[in-house]
Design a protein around this ligand. Sequence first.
Ligand code: SF4
Ligand code: SF4
Length: 438
Amino acid sequence: MQLDKIKKAGIIGCGGAGFPTYFKLQGKVDTLIINGAECEPLLETDKEILRNHLNIVIEGIKVAKELVKAENVYLAVKGYYKELISFLKKNEDGFSVFPLENIYPIGDEQILVEAITGKIIPEGGIPLDVGTVVQNVETIFHLGKLSLENENFTHRFVTVNGEVEFPFVAYIPIGMPILELLDIAKPKILLSNAKIIDGGPMMGKFITENDFIKKTTSGILIIPKQHKLIRQRTRDLEAIKRISRSACIQCRKCTDLCPRNVNGHRIEPHKWMRNLALGEMIPNEMAQICSECGVCELYACPMDISPRLIAQLMKKQMFEKGIKNENFHNIPERKKEYADFRKVNTLRLIEHLDIDQYNVHPHIEKLTIEPKMVRIFLDQHIGIPAIPSAKLNDRVKIGDTIGTSGDEDLSVDYHSSLNGKIISVENEYIEIVNEKNI
Ligand code: SF4
Ligand code: SF4
């Protein structure tokens, strides 16, 4: 398959970052890893795709393998899901199943690559630096759809979970209003008393009921505002700074349990917390390799303070000042001694976060989901936003191109996810009303 076809189909990384897939598949590597780790608690999206659409995933793997010329292809899934592992092993076709430990954040590319290949990506590096490319299961599913059915990226699988009567996984049109999705899930609490998370509990972003499904949305969680998780994740930055100065006991737990530190990088969050305690925030360049996984904030720290938040702030300040880390080691490091004792077991994490009541493993439901309208943003990927190509009042069908990447190097096309009419064209987004509502 031509890389340009993947670009024009709008396929981007579905695991969170949204990197254009054609770009990632340009390099030639030894090892291709299909990431089905789904390390965030409460999400079932990748596992459900594998259970229900393995034939399409296998086609996608063939396309990706051919493009990157990989000799080794691993489909990585947590060994904890024994039935799924045994189903996948029976269907190994051009790939080997790699059972992963049930630890968080095993799906982080850096941690995943080390777990499978034993190679440590250099500080500030990417999997390509160690001859590896990683693709999320759903991204591979879309490659398979493109190959088998010539289908552009218009829908995605989303887990809807949390404080709802009907948790489910379904194939959702990109751009669907969150409010309409919640009408199906039926929240058990008033939305004014809830926080909505796009993604998982550890790294997901807070959104509102007025937002829309994106190509990178793997889950929508509804959690009560007064829940411990929300209280911890919504603390005011000034309060965090103040508490850090008075409460950080320099126990080093944030550093000892930091997955990037355990994996051999020199990131030491307790040091930037110590600097904070001594006075003004001094930028710590190693914060640039913080993955923002949240282990330090939501699991490690006994004083409930947040090295992650301070890392986010330092990264922003360093970016604005143009400070780059010149001191990254470009040679592989060694994993830390006692690494096995510093891993964060996902079941313990769920218990610690007090979210076990939401750990209900919803399945794919065959729902007819036809939103009244969609709003499709043209910058859902990393890179240069697409340019609107559809015009006001145009009639469009599912899969029609509405935004183009042109000749831009790092961009993708966007497509209608509804049969309907264009009702708004802005530089940032396009809105389409369902033909049934015209
Ligand atoms: S874990 Fe918390 S208290 Fe301990 S060093 Fe880190 S920030 Fe300070
Ligand atoms: S969020 Fe905390 S634990 Fe995670 S990589 Fe950053 S410093 Fe380490």
